[in-house]
Ligand binder design. Sequence first.
Ligand code: AMP
Length: 282
Amino acid sequence: MDVLADPTLLKQHCQTWRTQGLTIALVPTMGFLHAGHLSLLDHARSVADRLVLSIFVNPTQFGPNEDLDRYPRDLPRDLELAAAHGVDLAFAPEADAMYHPDHATWVDVPELGAGLCGASRPGHFRGVCTVVTKLFGLVRPDLAVFGQKDWQQLAIIRRMARDLELGVEIVGRPIFREPDGLAMSSRNVYLTPEEREEAPAIRQGLALVQEAVRSGELDVTRLGLMFRSHLAEKLSGSRVDYAAFVHPEALSPKACVDAPTLLAVAVFLSRVRLIDNILLEV
Ligand code: AMP
């Protein structure tokens, strides 16, 4: 496995592969890899000739009061895992290598990025879209793999790739969970033992709503209350940032679960903000 920090070298490397007629898959991450990331790598490995993993804690997608400085990092461990999962090239740049001092260009999909996580993280998706566009420009992958855990991010990147004709197939993969149902996340390490024990209540709340939908309850106000009261009871000290019923692609609010509807949630446990979602089937 090659490890590069220089964007120019990355570009050259991928260009060589392309001239050899090899297909390239890209899995962008912020590192501190867990089994969810590895499931993306395994899928990407199985569908392309060459696999590129990027590990970059992208400063432009963090707000001023967010966890950029304390975001968990462990590059040596990430590289070991990457090699074991068939990565051909790991790209781990420093921030100043990715952004020119006079960087002035931004990619934004405000229609999809303003609500849900975008409402409490202004500018977040603009940072994500910009860095992903840059990575696409460097690697020029045939496909890029993203997790459905960040459903809004996936929907935004799909739209961006389509609207800008980026020529990359965007592949979404299912949420990988801990055995007790908690969605895997690099931020789970922030949880106290008590919070960690109670955190699966988020997934249970989503499952409760799915059950209610199956039994015929389609009204999102009542379903939303059901989720919120489940959390209030099972996850002491939590605060629901949002629990939104939206169209899975347009991300527009829905009043009724009359067709597949995404229930996306973000929950604060003290300072830690966890997200999860479920695609509700009628
Ligand atoms: P991150 O390092 O958190 O930026 O995530 C990098 C990629 O991994 C994104 O496409 C995420 O959606 C995906 N990912 C993170 N957690 C999970 C998970 N539990 N299951 C599947 N994919 C995930």
